[in-house]
Design a protein around this ligand. Structure first.
Ligand code: CP
Length: 325
């Protein structure tokens, strides 16, 4: 993806994904140094535009940009002219006029990042989540986290092992698949790396059309838990009206929640993941989060090196760099 925007995982080759993960390994090492900063993007300006709420993604992107020595313009949407009705197009044009090289953007509308990439084709756009469509860096950081754990088990580095660690890996994605941009990005990323991906959800929480998704579907949650090497839980997205798709939260938990009983019946090698924020007591029992095979904090920590890698690659090889050389 060198020199390109990152709008979606769809269509990214295995080679392109491995390149991002390998660069993330380099940046993970930077993050262990006493001075966690490199001059890689000195002079570049990254705009951080979150039109929808975020804790993990926003903070890790802004941390990533700063650790690469980029300048960060962070728009506080709630106190911006967006609240006076300024359009997305005018907002982007205004920020572009300040002089930016990249935009990291989250928006409630599916396709918003693609739209912005058309408004400002000279700016690299990194999709930090658009509606129910894509959350590409979540897919990448989840794959990075799994690759690191598997590499530790094989006493090697993820980079040495390449993507082969994913060959034959069985990944289960469970919960609110219908509303989840994480589900789509995770499924495409794991599948591109060679894993077998299965989704499991109440029928009402599956998309109406799964054609194009590189997944198999199961309605047998208990059997799928026993099948999986990796269990990726999804948040029930109540802000997208999920409540109307399940009779009660209690019933969802009873049929598809990772209860204490289900989690402790798993093999201790089964990896349990959740992108956050969690609905404790709904899709995951609070006690489960402390089990040693739960990777939730490692997922968050992976966000910084993976997003450093994405920003580095997006801004690498731009015309200005070529001129400098
Ligand atoms: N996983 C994730 O996107 O979290 P935030 O909404 O906090 O960014």
């Amino acid at each position: 993806m060198a020199g390109s925007s990152l709008l979606t995982i769809d269509g990214l080759s295995k080679t392109a994904i491995v390149e991002i993960l390998d660069h993330a390994e380099t940046f993970a090492e930077v993050n262990t140094r006493a001075v966690r900063k490199v001059p890689t993007l000195k002079g570049k300006v990254v705009a951080s535009l979150f039109f929808e709420e975020s804790t993990r993604t926003r903070l890790s992107f802004e941390t990533a940009a700063k650790r690469l020595s980029a300048d960060v313009l962070s728009l506080a949407v709630a106190s911006s002219s967006v609240k006076k009705g300024e359009s997305l197009r005018d907002t982007i044009a205004t920020i572009d006029a300040l002089g930016i090289d990249a935009v990291v953007m989250r928006h409630a509308s599916s396709g918003a990042a693609v739209q912005v990439s058309r408004f400002v084709p000279h700016v690299r756009v990194v999709n930090a989540g658009d509606g129910q469509h894509q959350h590409p860096t979540q897919g990448l950081l989840d794959a990075f986290t799994v690759r690191r754990v598997l590499a530790e088990r094989h006493a090697t580095t993820g980079r040495e092992s390449g993507a082969e660690l994913f060959s034959g890996l069985r990944v289960l994605i469970v919960g609110d698949v219908r509303h989840s941009r994480v589900a789509r990005s995770d499924a495409q990323c794991y599948a591109a790396l060679g894993a077998t991906v299965r989704v499991c959800a109440p029928g009402t929480l599956l998309p109406d059309d799964l054609s194009g998704w590189p997944v198999e579907v199961s309605h047998d949650f208990e059997g799928s838990l026993a099948w999986a090497d990796v269990v990726g839980l999804l948040r029930l997205q109540r802000e997208r009206g999920t409540g109307a798709f399940v009779p009660t939260l209690r019933e969802f938990t009873a049929t598809h929640g990772l209860t204490w009983e289900r989690a402790t019946a798993l093999s201790p090698t089964t990896l349990i993941m959740h992108p956050g924020p969690m609905n404790r007591g709904v899709e995951i029992d609070s006690r489960v989060t402390s089990l040693p095979n739960v990777l939730i904090e490692r997922q968050v920590a992976s966000g910084v090196p993976v997003r450093m890698s994405v920003l580095y690659l997006a801004l690498a090889g731009t015309r200005e760099d070529a001129t400098d050389e």
